[in-house]
Design a protein around this ligand. Structure first.
Ligand code: GDP
Ligand code: MG
Length: 382
C-alpha cells in the first residue's frame, strides 16, 4: 500500500467540494487531513481544492486541475499527493497515469489505515489493522497491476502474465484474509472470556473524537501510564483501569479508540471487538475537545457512529475537556449550549473534582468491587 514513507516527506493535499457538503464542513475536513498527514510524518506544502457538482468518474477532479497540480508538484519536487476523499481503483489508476510513476497517490482511507498500522500495539489490533488493509487493498489490485504493466512497456505483451499474477495475488490475499479472520475470532473469544469475568463490575467507557483527551483523562483518573500524544490515533488499544471515586467506590474505566469523520468502513468493521467494550459498558463518557472550533461536528460524528454501531440506551454524559484554553465567556457560552455537560481540564485539574464526585452518583447497587491485583494490566501489550 502506498504510504508516507519518510519523515517530513512533502505532501500536496487535494480536496473536492460537492454541493452536499457545506463549506465549513469541507474546510474542517481539509484541516483534519492536514493533521492526519502530520500524524503520519508528512509535511503539507500546498492544498488544492475544486468545487464540482459530482466527482468525475474517470479522474475524480477535473483534468485541468490535475494538470495544474502535476506542474506544481514537479516544480516543488514533491512526490506524494493525498486526496481528502476515497478514490475508486480506476480513478487512482487514471490519476497515476497523468502524474507519472514517480508520484504516489494516497486517499483518505489509505492514509488512516497507514496511521492505524503504525500505532497498533497489541496482537489484536495488529490483526485488525492488517485485515482492514487487505480488504481495502483487494479491489485496488487491478490498479496496481495496471501500473506495473505500464511501467514494463505497454499493455499488450504484459497483459497475460499480469492478469495471471493478479489472480494468484488475489488468491493469496484471500487466504491471508481467512487466516486473519480466524485469528481475530480466537482473540475475540479470549476477550469475551475476559469480559465475562468482569460481568458484575460496573464499567465506564471513554469515547469520543480522536485527540479529545481520552487517554489523558484515563491517566489522570486512574494514574495509569498510558500513551497520550498530540497526534491523531495515538492510542488504538483499549486500556482498562480501576477508577476509584471520591467515596471510595471502585469501577472499571476503559479507554477506547477515537472516532473521526469519514472513518473507513473496513476499519470500523474490523474494530468491532474493540467497540464491544463500549457496547457492554454501563456508562459512557463522551469526551470532547471544548476549545476545538468544530466541537459541535465532533459530537455529531460520535453520536452518529454510536447509532451506527447500535449503542443508544446506555447512560451517557458529555465531558468537555481542555477548558484551560477557554476564557469565562466561552465557558458560559458552552454552559448554555451543553447545560448537562461536565466542563473539565484533565491537564490543569479544573472541574476534575466535580467529575470524580459525580460520575458514579447514580450507580445502582449490586455491583461488585473490582479486586485490585487480578485486574490490573490485563489489556496490556500481548
Ligand atoms: P485521545 O486521542 O482522545 O486519547 O487524546 P490524548 O489524551 O492523546 O490527548 C491529545 C492531546 O490533547 C495531547 O497533546 C494532550 O496533552 C492534550 N490534552 C489532553 N487534555 C488536555 C487538557 O485538559 N487541556 C489541554 N490544553 N490539552 C489537553
Ligand atoms: Mg488516546
Amino acid at each position: 500500500m502506498e504510504k508516507i514513507s519518510k519523515k517530513n516527506e512533502d505532501v500536496i493535499i487535494v480536496g473536492l467540494k460537492t454541493p452536499d457538503e457545506i463549506l465549513q464542513q469541507f474546510e474542517e475536513s481539509i484541516d483534519e487531513l492536514k493533521f492526519l498527514v502530520e500524524s503520519a510524518g508528512g509535511n503539507v506544502i500546498e492544498t488544492f481544492t475544486q468545487s464540482m457538482k459530482t466527482p468525475k468518474p474517470a479522474t475524480f477532479i477535473g483534468s485541468g486541475k490535475l494538470g495544474e497540480i502535476a506542474t506544481y508538484a514537479k516544480e516543488q519536487d514533491c512526490h506524494t499527493i493525498v486526496f481528502d476523499n476515497d478514490l475508486k481503483p480506476n480513478q487512482i489508476r487514471n490519476i497515476e497515469s497523468i502524474f507519472g510513476d514517480d508520484i504516489k497517490i494516497i486517499d483518505r482511507s489509505g492514509l488512516i489505515l497507514d496511521i492505524f498500522a503504525t500505532h497498533a500495539r497489541t496482537a489484536e489490533s495488529r490483526v485488525q489493522v492488517e485485515l482492514a488493509q487487505l480488504e481495502y487493498l483487494r479491489p485496488r489490485l487491478t490498479g496496481l497491476w495496471g501500473h506495473l504493466s505500464r511501467q514494463y512497456g505497454g499493455s499488450i505483451g504484459a497483459r497475460g502474465p499480469g492478469e495471471k499474477q493478479l489472480e494468484s495475488d488475489r488468491r493469496a490475499m484471500d487466504m491471508r484474509i481467512t487466516k486473519l479472520k480466524d485469528k481475530l475470532d480466537k482473540l475475540e473469544k479470549q476477550r469475551k472470556t475476559r469480559r465475562r469475568s468482569r460481568r458484575n463490575l460496573y464499567r465506564i467507557a471513554l469515547l469520543g473524537y480522536t485527540n479529545a483527551g481520552k487517554t489523558t483523562l484515563l491517566n489522570v483518573l486512574t494514574n495509569a501510564g498510558a500513551y497520550a500524544r498530540n497526534q491523531l490515533f495515538a492510542t488504538l488499544d483499549p486500556k482498562t483501569r480501576i477508577f476509584s471515586d471520591a467515596w471510595g467506590r471502585k469501577v472499571l474505566l476503559t479507554d477506547t479508540v477515537g472516532f473521526i469523520r469519514k472513518l473507513p468502513h473496513h476499519l470500523v468493521e474490523s474494530f468491532r471487538s474493540t467497540l464491544a467494550e463500549a457496547e457492554e459498558a454501563d456508562q459512557l463518557l463522551i469526551i470532547a475537545d471544548a476549545q476545538h472550533p468544530a466541537l459541535k461536528q465532533h459530537l455529531n460524528v460520535v453520536e452518529s457512529e454510536l447509532k451506527r454501531i447500535g449503542i443508544s440506551k446506555t447512560k451517557k454524559s458529555i465531558v468537555l475537556n481542555k477548558i484551560d484554553k477557554l476564557d469565562n465567556l466561552a465557558k458560559a457560552e458552552l454552559m448554555r449550549t451543553y447545560p448537562d455537560a461536565y466542563q473539565i481540564s484533565a491537564l490543569s485539574g479544573e472541574g476534575m473534582e466535580e467529575l470524580r464526585e459525580e460520575i458514579l452518583k447514580d450507580i445502582p447497587r449490586g455491583f461488585k468491587t473490582p479486586p485490585y491485583k487480578s485486574l490490573s494490566g490485563q489489556d496490556e501489550e500481548e
